[in-house]
Write a protein that binds this ligand. Structure first.
Ligand code: M6R
Length: 624
């Protein structure tokens, strides 16, 4: 949701913070702001709109000097995206500034209390009340101890956090405790970057990776006091806390556009490598899957008799595809659940239910809550996740990391394909463990998976036709996407991409469902994209979709077919034919999803829209 950066060191904080915010802008771009402390004085600037507006304001207003600072890029929850609602929020003294990601659920009570005790609040946000609570705590401590002492801001933060309900990452600076930047987290991400003579706080390592690869995971309900030469972490009650240190295994070039027009086009192009990386070294001796973190005995996995996949958005579509593979290879019943609905319908979970949580960011609150609910009910949870050390894998029993590298564009692409690879690997592993597939059968699917990077590469080589088509269709109002079997979730994914990037009405349907209602949408000239199953697989599936194509053609639709090379039977019915390499049916989404990603990206670009930062969205959704 929002992006946060904090810095204490030997450089000018404003430069480091703005650079970090630039890398976190994918998390929200409704407003941006910075605050720095210079010789005990706080200075801040904030502006509604993208980071560029803030940069221009800083250029006009003169530089903000100071070696300690915070910054924020916002995805609005409480209050419209205006200048007053932008972060940082300051207290009545103008000495203290705070930035926040998340939602403070008891803010109305706290706000009423702050107003009653004479504080003046000027925004509609839940965050501002934290600035005033911190002010009161600083004042109370000064009353006891005299003027603020080093460590006062961290102590004030602990006291305030103990009163807050909800999900929050908070980072604050104060002119009265000038060398420190203090962060706290509950149910929302915050990482520490440890440099030489400088330290960082950020929502994501991308904000500081240009300066240091050394990161510390701040745990749940912990406060970090970060100074140029020191990092101190405690629990909310003040006891010293242990934190895990790790080395970030990608560098700054992975988080830059590298000559591409958009992050999205770069990330689409990276898919062959991302798939290869996700497969690398995964199959150990005896064909066993190598998971990154395994806190699940094999005996328990042998007893799994039901699988529930919980995920959101694109990751949910990956889960829908995984269901076909899991049920076919493992013969274990598998349900796929929108994470946001999961715990509210009282799902039947037992010790022998395995819940698979799929998430690129590992911070999606709906999915995190599903994980917690499953574990409360004593089910085991396996995470398939892209971001190392994020909340979902940390709270799961086992983890398979997809190695897609940083995904910056809001629209998910390489994360989707690597989530699929992760799901296939988990399914094969369970199939082998439960004896529903022999080792050589598993080995043969793994061989086919190993050929997928080359297959995706071939798809990428032939995308000019798709870009041309996107330009041609840029003026359309509506596009339908149809598919059957694993092609159905691909159709949903194609529609989601087009909605989120091109703001068009785009709907995905199971092709067989069309005649039960949606066919009424079809009119002359309506573009209908059809994902056609391989004719080499179950012939009946292919025949049925050809009939569905006839049905929409008969009503005047313009049919765009995504089909396997050599599929001569579908060719006569295609107004536009997009060919993909022949691959096994269950793996087909790895090649058919790619033209739909390119299509949405090119169409949004043709409409002059912001491809990487579509309106109203944020990359990681850390509120429910
Ligand atoms: O980080 P996650 O995979 O948990 O995110 C889930 C969805 O928010 C995400 O896939 C979203 O649907 C994408 N922006 C779609 O492109």
């Amino acid at each position: 949701m929002c992006g946060i950066v904090g810095y204490a060191g030997h450089r000018q904080a404003v430069g480091v913070v703005l650079e970090g915010l630039g890398r976190l802008e994918y998390r929200g771009y409704d407003s941006a702001g910075v605050a720095v402390v210079d010789r005990g004085q706080l200075k801040s600037r904030k502006r509604a709109g993208k980071l560029l507006n803030l940069v221009e304001a800083l250029e006009r207003g003169g530089p903000l000097a100071g070696r300690v600072g915070v910054g924020h890029t916002r995805w609005a929850t409480h209050g419209a995206p205006t200048d007053p609602n932008a972060h940082p929020h300051v207290d009545c003294t103008g000495q203290l500034a705070v930035v926040h990601n998340g939602i403070i659920e008891n803010f109305a009570t706290l706000r009423a209390e702050a107003l009653a005790s004479g504080h003046e609040l000027s925004s509609e946000t839940d965050t501002e009340v934290v600035a005033h609570l911190l002010e009161s705590e600083m004042a109370a401590m000064a009353g006891v101890d005299g003027p603020a002492r080093p460590g006062a801001l961290a102590e004030a933060m602990r006291r305030v956090c103990r009163r807050l309900q909800g999900a929050f990452t908070l980072v604050a600076v104060d002119g009265r405790d000038p060398g420190a930047v203090v962060g706290a987290r509950r149910n929302s991400p915050l990482v520490i970057g440890r440099g030489q003579g400088e330290n960082f706080l950020a929502s994501d390592v991308a904000a500081f990776i240009a300066y240091t690869p050394h990161a510390l995971e701040l745990g749940q309900d912990q406060v970090a006091e970060v100074r140029a030469d020191q990092v101190r972490v405690t629990d909310f009650d003040g006891s010293p806390a242990q934190v895990r240190e790790y080395l970030v295994d990608w560098d700054i070039s992975a988080a830059e556009k590298a000559g591409y027009q958009y992050f999205m086009s770069k990330e689409i192009a990276e898919q062959p490598r991302a798939i290869a990386d996700t497969l690398l070294g995964r199959v150990g001796p005896g064909g066993k899957l190598v998971l990154d973190e395994m806190r699940l005995p094999e005996d328990e996995l042998r007893e799994v008799d039901k699988i529930i996949i919980a995920a959101c958005g694109t990751a949910y579509h990956a889960g829908m595809i995984a269901k076909y593979a899991i049920e076919h290879w493992c013969r274990i019943p598998c349900e796929v659940e929108l994470a946001s609905e999961f715990r509210y319908r009282d799902p039947i979970l037992t010790r022998t239910t395995l819940v698979i949580a799929i998430s690129q960011s590992g911070e999606t609150m709906d999915t995190l809550m599903a994980v917690r609910h499953a574990r409360d009910q004593k089910s085991r949870v396996l995470a398939i996740c892209n971001v190392n050390g994020s909340s979902i894998p940390r709270e799961s029993d086992a983890v398979l990391y997809t190695r897609a590298g940083p995904e910056v564009a809001v629209a998910s692409t390489k994360a989707f394909l690597t989530q699929l690879v992760g799901c296939y690997l988990v399914a094969l592993y369970l199939a082998q463990l439960q004896g529903t597939k022999f080792g050589d059968e598993v080995g043969s699917v793994i061989d086919q998976l190993m050929r997928m990077p080359a297959a995706v590469d071939r798809v990428l080589d032939s995308m000019d036709q798709v870009r041309e088509l996107a330009r041609e269709l840029a003026g359309e109002r509506c596009v339908l996407f149809l598919g059957r079997h694993v092609g159905y979730p691909v159709a949903l994914e194609g529609a989601l991409k087009l909605k989120e990037l091109a703001y068009m009405q785009a709907e995905g349907f199971a092709a067989g469902e069309l005649k039960h209602g949606p066919i009424a949408l079809v009119e002359a000239g309506l573009p209908v994209v059809v994902v056609v199953p391989s004719p080499e697989g179950r012939a009946v599936l292919h025949d049925k979709i050809v009939s569905n194509i006839q049905e929409v053609r008969a009503r005047g639709a313009r049919v765009i077919v995504v089909a396997e090379e050599g599929d001569t039977r579908v060719r006569p019915y295609a107004d536009t034919l997009i060919e993909v390499p022949q691959v096994p049916t269950l793996l087909q989404p790895l090649v058919t999803a790619v033209p739909l990603q390119v299509f949405a990206c090119a169409l949004a670009s043709a409409k002059g829209l912001d491809v990487d930062q579509p309106r109203n969205l944020a990359k990681s959704v850390t509120v429910e």
